[in-house]
Design a protein around this ligand. Structure first.
Ligand code: KIV
Length: 279
């Protein structure tokens, strides 16, 4: 049977959504089957986030995640996706040594892994120069401000950013500077909802919120949090739409019981020898 043609989500189409007021739906994914399911469910953006390290690889933070791990998982996601825009996340220390190294790493997401864009955390002066250089090298870039998990050791903990006036002013400036440097959108993570509303109204490019309230142009969540498939701490902004941990645990317990009792495999799950004619 022929597959129905799909029109892929593009960067101009995301910009169109901001202009028309249609919300952008984004989620993370790290593997083929999940990416296929969420793409077919109509998500607009699939981010292969460096949250990979914490939700899939068992690291305590995102800091140890490597470029090779990111490329490996982005390839799997890209192979599955037909419609959504796949974005690869630049992991810690993939863009800290200079412009050349940054472009070499960012371009791997496009050339090797099938992503259409990259995301980078932060908006320091040096970071803005990197964004400009990537955009100049035809690599579309999504910015990320507010809580930036790769800065964990500088800030000491994961917590809401921009709660005081000084920090809020800084985050507005970060978002505006990223826009001037050429990003096609900005993730706003863990900031007060009114601050996200101000930024969203001041930017021409779309904002995608996570823990930033309802006024952003779009929303993103970590897939494993959304479906209840993560062991770690759940921030206040996570809404759990399913409890996969319970479903999987129950399925495995039932399987174990059936194997131990000789109930599985039964007749319908066993093969039979075919008999030769005349025997
Ligand atoms: O790594 C990630 O998944 C992210 C999102 C939470 C925005 O950066």
């Amino acid at each position: 049977m022929l597959e129905k043609p799909v029109s892929p989500v593009t960067i101009p189409s995301l910009q169109g959504k901001k202009e028309s007021g249609e919300k952008i739906v984004a989620l993370t994914a790290y593997d083929f089957p999940t990416a296929r399911i969420i793409d077919e469910a109509g998500v607009d953006i699939i981010l292969v986030g460096d949250s990979l390290g914490m939700v899939v690889l068992g690291y305590e933070t995102t800091i140890p995640v490597t470029m090779d791990e990111m490329i490996h998982h982005t390839k799997a996601v890209s192979r599955a996706v037909r419609r959504a825009l796949v974005i690869g996340d630049m992991p810690y220390f993939s863009f800290h040594l200079g412009v050349e190294e940054t472009i070499a790493n960012a371009s791997r997401f496009l050339k090797e892994a099938g992503a259409k864009a990259v995301k980078i955390e932060g908006a320091s002066k040096k970071r803005l120069k990197l964004v400009e250089a990537m955009v100049e090298a035809e690599i579309p870039v999504l910015g990320h401000v507010g809580l930036t998990p790769q800065s964990l050791y500088r800030f000491g903990q994961y917590k809401v950013r921009g709660a005081n006036r000084e920090e809020a002013k800084g985050i507005v400036a970060d978002a505006l500077n990223l826009e001037s440097a050429g990003v096609f959108g900005v993730i706003l993570e863990c900031i007060p909802r009114d601050l996200a509303r101000t930024i969203t109204s001041r930017l021409r490019v779309p904002t995608i919120g996570i823990g930033a309230g309802p006024h952003c142009d779009g929303q993103i969540l970590v897939f494993h949090d959304l479906v209840g498939y993560s062991n770690g701490y759940q921030p206040k902004f996570v809404k759990k739409y399913a409890d996969l941990q319970a479903v999987i645990g129950q399925a495995v317990r039932t399987y174990a019981e059936e194997v131990r009792q000789g109930v599985f495999p039964d007749e319908t799950h066993s093969y039979h020898r075919t008999r030769k004619k005349g025997k």
